[in-house]
Design a protein around this ligand. Structure first.
Ligand SMILES: Cc1cc2nc3c(=O)[nH]c(=O)nc-3n(C[C@H](O)[C@H](O)[C@H](O)COP(=O)(O)OP(=O)(O)OC[C@H]3O[C@@H](n4cnc5c(N)ncnc54)[C@H](O)[C@@H]3O)c2cc1C
Length: 404
């Protein structure tokens, strides 16, 4: 038996004895109770040797291959595995993989095993009220103090920060150099004195995002991620992961197309003989498969060390377009029932809700326009966007902006 198949057999034996079978109920992953329950499941995975399958063994992972990860996911598909909503993506998909490349061994020894045991979930303190697409324009200030740093500023759109334990925070450590050259990353506990985390209520009624205010938050130098003032190289790594490369589940050989999408078939009940209805379902089916192929291609590039932000932008752009188109198709096929429903009916309103949510991938982790810019400049080699602020000291950029 090959080592991968031996691993499959190991997982097949362990899973039924340690995890519950997946039911049909879909839980809301955005409650403290759910998060606590899934931390315990994460701990069970860790104790069983199935957490961090591809992460380096010196940091508590198993140091195995994406093929091992894949077979575990196949075997675990029918079981309840840890689901922290978007915090699964930020913790396991972008923050920790970035740290593994840039943080000190002491930092990794402190944090990665805790992440694998479900004791630390990481959110992202990147965006600010005046810095989103222009991430290098952040104005949160990190000032050197005796034993570390003092952080002051404001962050926004931090997904599930109110349920996270730590935030990966981008701050400015040098104002006298161009904007990309004075940035540094820090790990900040979400309960740090001086840090206020406020959930933001959204159009769909939930509070998935937060805003934060940092007022003299003390951060030891040991919690710095990467070199002082060299944070942009950490950001470059992070943006590749943030755009989907290396995410758990980013398989390199996607399955053949599966059955037709059940939600669309259900929405079009009684009209499946109509030519236009059939065309739209087929189109959604093809797009789902193309996006899976794109993700797989980027995962391969990532494993080979070839996935820069330009390449990752294709996956992000594909997902954004397909998600929006699919949600619109579901809404249109559903007709009146998709936009007006009896609130007492279980699951009612799901299609309309999905439509509202479908705009997210076109903004999160860099807007569609920024992905197109990235592809144009990094992949196609078109002239770079004209920028007036990249060579000036950042303090001077702000001074001129105030004068304009
Ligand atoms: C679901 C979701 C989850 C998120 N999670 C997090 C998180 O966990 N942590 C975090 O820090 N942030 C998070 N964000 C914030 C996200 O990263 C920003 O919203 C995004 O980067 C855009 O920044 P902005 O909102 O400031 O828009 P802006 O940058 O102000 O952009 C406004 C518009 O101008 C366009 N634009 C801007 N610059 C250019 C340009 N150079 N060329 C062409 N068009 C341009 C944009 O495409 C956009 O249409 C999240 C956002 C969403 C939607």
């Amino acid at each position: 038996m090959s080592p991968v198949e031996e691993f499959r057999a190991e997982a097949r034996e362990w899973l039924p004895a340690n995890l519950d079978r997946r039911g049909t109920a879909v839980a809301d992953p955005h409650t403290p109770e759910h998060v606590a329950e899934h931390r315990a499941i994460q701990r069970r995975l860790f104790d069983g040797g199935f957490a961090g399958i591809t992460w380096p063994s010196e940091h508590g992972g198993r140091g195995l291959t994406p093929a091992h990860e894949r077979v575990f996911q196949e075997e675990a598909a029918g079981f309840v595995t840890p689901d922290f909503g978007i915090l699964s993506v930020t913790t396991f998909g972008s923050c920790v993989p970035t740290m593994i490349r840039h943080a000190t061994p002491e930092f990794l020894a402190r944090h990665v095993p805790r992440v694998l045991r479900g004791e630390e979930l990481w959110c992202q303190f990147f965006s600010e009220p005046a810095a989103g697409s222009d991430l290098a324009g952040v104005q949160t200030r990190a000032t050197r103090v005796d034993d570390g740093w003092r952080l002051d500023g404001a962050k926004i759109w931090s997904s599930l920060a109110h349920l996270a334990d730590w935030g990966m925070c981008l701050a400015r450590t040098n104002w006298d150099v161009p904007k990309h050259k004075g940035l540094t990353w820090f790990g900040v506990p979400t309960d740090a004195p001086g840090l206020t985390v406020r959930p933001i209520r959204q159009i769909g009624g939930s509070s998935e995002f937060c805003e934060e205010f940092l007022d003299g938050v003390a951060v030891p130098d040991a919690e710095r991620i990467g070199d002082v003032d060299r944070g942009w190289s950490v950001t470059s790594t992070l943006l590749v992961f943030e755009r989907g490369a290396g995410r758990p589940g980013a398989v390199e050989t996607p399955d053949a197309p599966g059955p037709l999408p059940a939600d669309l078939l259900a929405a079009a009940t009684g009209r499946l003989g109509e030519r236009e209805v059939r065309r739209r379902i087929a189109s959604a089916f093809v797009e789902d498969y193309v996006v899976a192929q794109l993700k797989a291609r980027i995962a391969t590039f990532s494993r080979l060390g070839k996935a820069d932000a330009g390449v990752a932008a294709y996956g992000k752009l594909g997902l954004a377009g397909a998600t929006a188109a699919r949600a619109r198709t579901a809404l249109e096929l559903g007709g009146a029932a998709a936009v007006a429903w009896d609130p007492a009916e279980a699951g009612a309103g799901a299609t309309a809700h999905a439509f509202l949510e479908s705009k997210k991938p076109a903004i999160a982790g860099g807007t569609e326009q920024m992905q197109r810019n990235g592809i144009a400049e990094r992949v196609l080699g078109l002239p770079r966007e004209r920028a007036v602020d990249v060579d000036l000291p950042f303090a001077e950029v702000l001074k001129r902006a105030r004068e304009w």
